[in-house]
Ligand binder design. Structure first.
Ligand SMILES: Cc1cc2nc3c(=O)[nH]c(=O)nc-3n(C[C@H](O)[C@H](O)[C@H](O)COP(=O)(O)O)c2cc1C
Length: 220
């Protein structure tokens, strides 16, 4: 309990912050549906959100036991499909599924099931890619065809009580596809008035709020 204390500096006296121990640190990142090639040539879909981009690279965080991680590291090819907010119910139909058979025990325990055909489960539409073998998802307004260039395990100590490890996978974006209606005509610019990512914020789905302004480097 804090009491008024004239000796405290304004920073020490800042009562806006309290210490918490959240179970996840998902501040808010875009949802991506990764498509990857199964060993039998079919395409798996893995919903994920631990993704960031810089220049032509994207960096992904994927649990070691996920089928998508296994497929990407074997085939070194993938598509990052970025859904708009209206697709969230379809994504949620994929959430309790895995392309891994049998389902890993820690996932069985919380109700995951095996699904061989994720397009069928989610009612999403397959579309051929141009440079890689996994199929794209037609409904996703932005798609990155990509190849894996590096993968490594996390640094530091990973707690022994965690059921599984994860991989940090760096991919090079080879081609970008965008729905015509979110592109400024005759340019390579995404029209930010037309595009909203689907955001994953502390295990809830959100779209974007209003445009607050632009940075000095913005080209439009
Ligand atoms: C919205 C959303 C975001 C997710 N983000 C991640 C993530 O960033 N990394 C990850 O490994 N799993 C993430 N998951 C969990 C995977 O989707 C889950 O492990 C799934 O079984 C993967 O499918 P797969 O085994 O067929 O690859 C997320 C799930 C949802 C629904």
């Amino acid at each position: 309990m804090l009491t008024d204390n004239a000796e405290l500096t304004p920073i020490e006296d800042d009562r806006r912050h309290i210490e918490i121990k959240p179970s996840v640190l998902y501040i808010g990142t875009p949802v991506a549906l990764i498509t990857s090639l199964n060993a039998d040539g079919t395409t798996n879909i893995s919903p994920m959100s631990s993704v960031w981009t810089l220049f032509d690279r994207a960096v992904l965080g994927l649990t070691a036991s996920s089928k998508g991680r296994e497929n990407i590291m074997r085939e070194r090819q993938l598509v990052l499909n970025f859904p708009a907010p209206d697709l969230w119910p379809k994504i949620e139909t994929l959430a309790p599924t895995t392309g891994r058979n049998p389902v890993p025990p820690h996932k069985q325990k919380i109700g995951y099931r095996f699904e061989a055909d994720k397009f069928d489960v989610s009612d999403l539409t397959p579309q051929p890619a141009e440079l890689v073998r996994p199929l794209r998802i037609a409904e996703c307004p932005i798609q990155f065809e990509a190849e894996m260039v590096a993968a490594h395990t996390p640094g530091g100590d990973w707690p022994a009580e965690r059921p599984e490890a994860f991989w940090i996978i760096e991919v090079k974006v080879l081609r970008v596809h965008a729905h015509r209606n979110i592109v400024v005509p005759d340019t390579n610019h995404i029209d930010t008035a037309q595009w909203s990512p689907l955001l994953y914020v502390f295990r809830h789905y959100f779209g974007l709020g209003p445009d607050l302004g632009r940075t000095f480097k913005a080209e439009r």
